[in-house]
Ligand binder design. Structure first.
Ligand SMILES: NC(=O)c1ccc[n+]([C@@H]2O[C@H](COP(=O)([O-])OP(=O)(O)OC[C@H]3O[C@@H](n4cnc5c(N)ncnc54)[C@H](OP(=O)(O)O)[C@@H]3O)[C@@H](O)[C@H]2O)c1
Length: 328
């Protein structure tokens, strides 16, 4: 039985993907023992888990029992997860788990998160950019620099995880002089009515990229981000100015090897086909690059891609599992 206990605050799109990915871990090094959500009652959480059109829990029997969510799976002990509905600060289990998994989006700053450091709870892991977190750890890039003294840790964001390990790999092999990212980001179905038109937005990757990657000057990096009224898998295109590129074929073959068996394995996929975004739903990689659309012209590398932004919860879980195995 894992010794580290965690409470999940936020059963929105991210929390749902996280719960599914955690259930799928063959040997989980942490236990989710409590869930709080500001929007879903226990009854509606049971409904969401039973009926979500994308994240399937069809291998589980899910029901409510008193104040708990019960998840039963064939051949496994039934999981009993304390469930509460309301503001996070009123969760009856506050202070009773080792970690607080802050996945609601309602507490974006470290100061707000520190109030969850009560009782037994010694760490808050934020599922989004948190500029004043003690550490931002991007799995596959700098997670090894985990400081056990850090109390509030951000995992980055979906776009940070899609960009940073890839940019770091390109820098190490060919040198990166500048980069641009264009994001076409989806909207969850429950928010569609509030976003009837495309909206240009600032993206936290624009500040986090240069902050995490010392070789990337803020003036040499730009992100254009558009939220569109669409619920499917999102799109992300990268453009890099490389210092010393080889030929296009050599670069893409090296990238293919890095994705298949090298340092980008599990983080980035290079798809040999230019499939539509929905083909990459639930992809466990942070981003899927489309090889037929990739091109290198002189020193300019263009990498069109798709990413299941919600399923970036798998990177968050990779980070949690790593920290838990390091002793929490
Ligand atoms: N989704 C992603 O692609 C993604 C990727 C990486 C990181 N994150 C981060 O993870 C955090 C949570 O994001 P999220 O995408 O999980 O948020 P979400 O699904 O939009 O849930 C957040 C809020 O939306 C409302 N809501 C949730 N489910 C609802 C439903 N079925 N019907 C109506 N309203 C509902 C609730 O707030 P109200 O009831 O108060 O409206 C809820 O607190 C954020 O910090 C986000 O930046 C998200």
């Amino acid at each position: 039985m894992p010794t580290i206990t965690a409470g999940l605050n936020g059963l929105g799109r991210f929390g749902l993907h996280l719960l599914r990915a955690w259930l799928d871990l063959p040997d989980p090094p942490l236990r989710i023992t409590a869930i709080n959500d500001a929007h879903h009652t226990l009854a509606s959480a049971v409904r969401v888990l039973s009926e979500d059109p994308k994240v399937s829990f069809s291998d589980c029997q899910i029901r409510a029992d008193g104040d708990a969510l019960l998840i039963a799976r064939h051949g496994q002990a039934t999981l009993r997860i304390a469930y509460s509905h309301g503001p996070a600060a009123h969760a009856p289990w506050l202070g009773q788990t080792d970690w607080w998994l802050e996945c609601s989006g309602a507490h974006p700053g470290a100061l707000q998160c520190r109030r969850f450091l009560a009782g037994q709870t010694r760490r808050v892991l934020v599922s989004a950019t948190c500029h004043d977190a003690d550490q931002t750890l991007v799995f596959g890039y700098n997670h090894e620099s985990f400081d056990p003294a850090a109390e509030v840790i951000s995992y980055g964001s979906c776009t940070v995880n899609a960009f940073v390990p890839l940019a770091h790999w390109l820098q190490r092999h060919y040198g990166v002089d500048n980069a641009e990212v264009s994001v076409i980001h989806n909207v969850p179905a429950h928010r569609l009515a509030n976003h009837p038109h495309p909206e240009r937005r600032a993206c936290t990757l624009e500040t986090e990229g240069p902050r995490l990657l010392p070789f990337l000057a803020p003036a040499a990096f730009r992100v254009d981000y558009v939220l569109i009224p669409y619920t499917g898998v999102s799109l992300i295109d990268f453009r890099f100015g490389l210092a010393m590129p080889p030929s296009e074929a050599v670069l893409l073959d090296a990238l293919d090897t890095a994705c298949a068996s090298g340092e980008l394995k599990g983080l980035v996929r290079l798809s040999p086909v230019n499939a539509g975004p929905q083909a990459f739903a639930l992809s466990p990689e942070s981003v899927v690059l489309l090889r037929p659309r990739a091109r290198l012209t002189g020193k300019r590398l263009v990498l069109p891609a798709c990413f299941d932004n919600e399923n970036s919860a798998t990177r968050y879980l990779d980070l949690l599992a790593f920290m838990a195995r390091r002793g929490g």
